[in-house]
Design a binder for this molecule. Structure first.
Ligand SMILES: [Zn+2]
Length: 552
């Protein structure tokens, strides 16, 4: 590969510091400087004129689900629907398009009753029967922690008025005591979800490849992707390796996985599959193990210390007891596995911090006990200052999705009251306390567009309509530098890569995102309108706008 010079750019180095040009040698940055300095060094290099546009270190989404995004192509995508009728229309359109056989399962995801403009209720089986009574329709809520299904799906799962939900599990009934097809986290929901058939390996790879290309279009060079579960790890690792072998695609994947069962966990350890290890291709590494402590705020399954302000009989749902959580965390910690834990409610965050504190008292295979394994909390939404301080004291990382605010700001105060809302989604406080923070989108929960996420961190508004004008608890707004850093060097830190990734600096990987707008100087409220012109990964042009990928 000949040397490459990117010149005539506004090159972001670090807070307040910019330059003009970069020399790339192989997959690394070899020099940065002014146009004159770099062009002098690069006599034989091929040259890329950036036309004055903003060159950032490649975006790195610290936590999303590439495969879940990809497989939604064959599912009902209800993200952004504003009524049950619209959801029904989308369902009918998908069935028209893919023509699934009668009696088969059609799954979907993405609805959020908080975004409905009329009645803000969960869709029930009668609604979903209107999509089709001849297919089993299973529609997960956007959070994945509750679902609605139609009558046929309930029949197939053998759920009747005599079914008994487990403690705390949601099963809504109508006035006659018949289940309405609405279920929350628990065995009945899992039974319905188990009806959704698995895809073939070929379909898996197609869907994953589609998602990876979409990521590059969004300027992402690196991704912490949680695709691996206990039942699919062979297939997911094979899918990635096959894709990298068969296709000219450049995207770095740090595999996050949920492997809490002992047999699977031990199998990973036996194979040497542990955080930071290479998975057989330079673009594929093993990341953290992801555990779950609770559900979501929208479905009121996030586990709270106090009952919900708008539903005093509800306090959310813990996935594990404290003892179980302690044991799971310790098992990972002792074996040198980084653990990141989904925790949204303050009750769940509290328990996760307790588990981390206990584990940090033990040495791990990496030696020390100052959180060298970079354990972290994913989402970490409902917090008070004591919880944040405890995170800082223990060096616990935060994997944040500021873009959640664009929807959540409409319900946070209702759910948890004003006092707690004021110290939640505490992006600025986290930064002040020195909590290591990595941004991401949790796509397909949200779109994987980093600019929308950065806009939300900076403005704390719903960027689609500018509400609220001054921002939601604007004291927690961060500056653009902080947001960009959390999306680059912050995410690199979360995957132990901060010494070679996440900055435009000699010796670092030649991963870049070129934007058509200078998000450091345009009006802040326009950040979400910036677009990716091209994405470079390891010196390879991985995506260029207006140059769609050749089909596979
Ligand atoms: Zn997630």
């Amino acid at each position: 590969m000949p040397d490459v010079v990117i010149h005539n750019a506004k090159v972001y180095l670090e807070k307040g510091h910019f330059t003009e040009a970069v020399l790339v040698r192989g997959d690394r940055i070899s020099a940065v400087g002014t146009n004159d300095e770099i062009l002098l060094l690069a006599v034989d290099a091929s040259k890329i004129d950036a036309h004055g546009n903003l060159l950032l270190p490649g975006f790195n989404d610290s936590h999303l689900h590439l495969y879940a995004f990809g497989r939604n192509v064959n599912r009902i995508r209800a993200n952004g629907v504003t009524s049950i009728d619209e959801l029904i229309e989308r369902g009918r359109a998908l069935i028209d398009r893919i023509k699934p056989p009668k009696g088969s399962v059609v799954a979907g995801t993405g609805w959020n009753q908080e975004m409905f403009t009329g009645e803000k209720r969960f869709p029930n089986r009668h609604d979903l029967d209107r999509i089709s009574a001849e297919h089993a329709i299973i529609m997960s809520r956007v959070c994945g922690h509750s679902l609605s299904c139609n009558t046929l799906a309930m029949e197939m799962a053998d759920i009747t008025r005599n079914s008994r939900p487990a403690g705390g599990e949601l099963m809504e009934l109508d006035d006659n005591g018949e289940p309405l097809g609405i279920f929350g986290e628990g065995p009945l929901m899992y039974k319905i979800r188990a009806l959704i058939p698995a895809f073939t390996q070929e379909q898996t790879e197609e869907q994953l490849l589609y998602a990876m290309r979409h990521a590059l279009e969004n300027g992402l060079c690196s991704i912490g992707s949680k695709d691996v579960a206990e039942d699919n790890y062979e297939s997911m690792v094979k899918a990635y390796l096959d894709i990298f072998t068969k296709h000219d695609i450049h995207l770095r994947i740090n595999m996050q996985c949920t492997i809490s069962r002992d047999e699977v966990f031990n199998e990973f350890i036996r194979r040497g599959w542990i955080t930071k290890c290479s998975m057989g291709h330079p673009y594929l590494t093993m990341g953290a193990s992801k555990l779950f402590a609770d559900g979501s705020l929208g479905a009121r399954t996030a586990y709270m210390r106090e009952p919900y302000a708008d539903a005093p009989s509800m306090q959310g749902f813990r996935i594990h007891t404290q003892e179980e959580l302690d044991a799971l965390v310790l098992k990972h910690h002792k074996n040198g596995f980084q653990v990141i834990i989904h925790a949204i409610g303050d009750g769940a965050i509290d328990e996760v911090l307790c588990a981390f504190e206990k584990a940090l008292a033990f040495e791990n295979t990496n030696g020390g006990n100052k959180n060298e394994l970079r354990h972290g909390i994913v989402h970490c939404q409902i917090t008070d200052s004591a919880l944040l301080k405890c995170m800082a004291d223990n060096n616990i990382l935060a994997f944040m999705q500021p873009v959640f605010l664009s929807h959540d700001l409409y319900m946070v105060e209702k759910r948890v009251g004003k006092k707690l809302a004021a110290t939640s989604y505490a992006h600025a406080t986290m930064q002040k306390l020195g909590i290591k923070t990595a941004y991401g989108t949790d796509c397909p929960i949200e779109s994987m567009n980093p600019l929308e996420c950065i806009d939300c961190a900076v403005n704390r508004r719903d960027f689609s309509n500018g509400y609220p004008e001054e921002g939601f608890y604007p004291g927690e707004c961060v500056d653009v530098y902080t947001a960009v850093d959390a999306y680059t060097t912050g995410s690199a830190y979360a995957e132990f890569a901060e010494n070679y990734k996440g900055r435009i600096k000699p010796g670092y990987l030649a991963d870049f995102t070129l934007l058509d707008k200078d998000i450091f100087s345009i009006p802040k409220k326009e950040i979400h309108t910036a677009q990716v012109l091209w994405t470079m990964v390891g010196g390879n042009m991985a995506y260029q706008r207006n140059m769609p990928f050749a089909s596979a």
